[in-house]
Design a protein around this ligand. Sequence first.
Ligand code: HBI
Ligand code: FE
Length: 310
Amino acid sequence: MQASDLYQPEVRDQFIDQAHSTYTAAEHRVWDILFARQSHILRDRAHPDFFRGLAKLSLGRGGVPDFAVLSEELYALTGWEVRAVSGLVSDYAFFSYLSQRIFVSGRFIRRPEQLDYLQEPDVFHDIFGHVPMLANPIFADYMQAYGEGGLRSLEFGALHKLARLYWYTVEFGLIQTPEGLRAYGAGITSSAKESIYSLESPDATRQAFSLERILQTRYQIDSLQAGYFVIDSFEQLLNTTLNTDFGPLYRSLASAPEFEPDDVAYLSGKILLELYQIRCIVRLRHVRRKKANSFSRIINRDWHDRHLSR
Ligand code: HBI
Ligand code: FE
């Protein structure tokens, strides 16, 4: 029996009408304030494809985007659509939608007094954070592959492990670029605090992407992340996911140790991390001499604190 036979009925009827015309002027203003603030903070912090997505989809045209218009534009780019839901949908439904290239988004927007923190993802997180990356064809394929993998993980009882892959990539992923580290995860790009902290804080660890390692690494949902994973390219993310046979992997990992988010003590990860940091410092010195000095000091101190003083 296939998972799709088991769960099909649940997937129907979860979409709601965005009712775009019912947003108030104050709600549109919250979007505009957050949009302006994040666009500024993310300069030199978000991956260039994030900005390309923002521009291609005109997410800054003013006010909360209309999902019907947005879906049409996104569909033309990568075949993805955006649909409104009233809150969290079941894991099965969520994965099933991703596998059909449907991204579900909340329709509500945070209140003006909640600009900096809220528990549930709102339309700003879901659309500003997630949708620009869906305009990148490789990332768009990765999200679909993730949805398909998610459905399979349910059959293996391994959802809690695969959810970590989503968390450490789609939500809180960092990527290495010729200009230095950049953010692409929606939990980062939609948060003023985490945009800066994830890239610059000496309190966070940044280790090289490893699918196996991520599946074994716990995460916290209610605070800034203690550790991040850094990919080399979106191709790496897509190809690793497509080329991994998750069934045997889940079986072999079932009895393997789990890790805390900021625990980077294993050898290969440590060496790779060091390489990333050296490359990052060298490149930054070339590209932006002024900024590089403070940044490399932060990295060096971070590196020293975590690995040499213990
Ligand atoms: N539902 N609306 C919504 N948004 C999500 O991001 C979401 C969800 N349901 C389940 C889910 N995410 C998780 O299973 C993923 O984080 C893996
Ligand atoms: Fe999200």
